[in-house]
Design a protein around this ligand. Sequence first.
Ligand SMILES: C[S@@+](CC[C@H](N)C(=O)[O-])C[C@H]1O[C@@H](n2cnc3c(N)ncnc32)[C@H](O)[C@@H]1O
Length: 277
Amino acid sequence: MPAIEPRDAVDNPGDETDQGTILRVYDQHAAAEYERLGRSLLHRVEFVLTAELLDEFVVPGAEVLDAGSGPGRYAEYLLGRGCRVGLTDLSADSLQLFEERIEPRLADRVLFCRQGTATDLGWLPSGSFDAVLLMGPLYHLVGHDERRTALQEARRVLRPGGVLVAAYISPYRPLMQAVEEGDQREVEHLRAGGTTVHLGMQQHRSWPREARAELDAAGFEILRTRSLQGLAALMDRDTIAAQDPETFFAMLRATCEVPDLLGATLHFVCVARRPPA
Ligand SMILES: C[S@@+](CC[C@H](N)C(=O)[O-])C[C@H]1O[C@@H](n2cnc3c(N)ncnc32)[C@H](O)[C@@H]1O
C-alpha cells in the first residue's frame, strides 16, 4: 500500500467552506470517528443500512474512490469484499489511522491514500472508477457551487454507468430541537436552508428533495434514497438501547425507504448513477 501522499494546499481554500477547520477537527477526532459507527445501536444501524446498499450496488472487484473516507470504515468494508479502493480526505490523521489499522491481507487492494479535497480531483483520470463514495463532503461543503464542483468531479471520475453513493444530513433534528426550545429565529434560519454548527464546523443540511435536485442538476440518475436511522431518529436513547438488535434492524430496514419518512432522520444516502454512454 502506498504511504499517504502529500496534499495540495487545502488550508487556504479561498472558498466559502472553511476546509482548514474541517481538516483540523477531524485530525483531532480521527480515533473517535473510527469508533463512531460502533458506538451505539443507532450508530450500528447507520453502518448496517449503508453496508447493505454497498452490497447491492458495488460488485466485488470494483474500483472505488472513497472521497471523504475519514479513517476508512467503509473503505475497509469494501476491501474485505474484494474491491480495490482509493481513499482521499482532508484529514491526514484519519488516513494515517486507516493505514495503521488496515489488515495486511487487504492492504494490497488499496489504490492510494491521499490527502486532498473532494472539490479538486484533478489528479485522477476521468472515467476511472466503478463507484464513488461521497460520504462527508456534501454536508461539510456549505457553498452551493462547492457541492456542485464535488458532484461534477465525482461524475467525471466515474465510468459511464458507474455509481455514486452520496451521504447527506437532514435539517430534521435541529429543526425539531429549535421547535422544542421555542427558538423561532432558528426555525426560520433552518427553513431558509441555513447551516448548523457541529464541533466548530459549519454543516450544510439538505432535505431529500433538495439532495435529489442537486444530483439531478449534476447529471446523475437517482436510483435510491435511504434513511440511515429510519424511525430510530425519532426515539430517545433509552428506548433504542432496550431494543433487540436483530429485530430492531429488521424493522428499520423495512421502513427506511418509505418516501414520506425519508427526511425525518439524521443521515440519509442517495445512490445515483452516471448515465451509461
Ligand atoms: C463524519 S466523517 C465521515 C467518514 C466516512 N465517510 C463515514 O461516512 O463514516 C466526514 C469526513 O469527510 C471529510 N471531508 C469533509 N469535507 C471534505 C472535502 N471537501 N474533501 C474531502 N474530505 C472531506 C472529513 O475530513 C471527514 O473525514
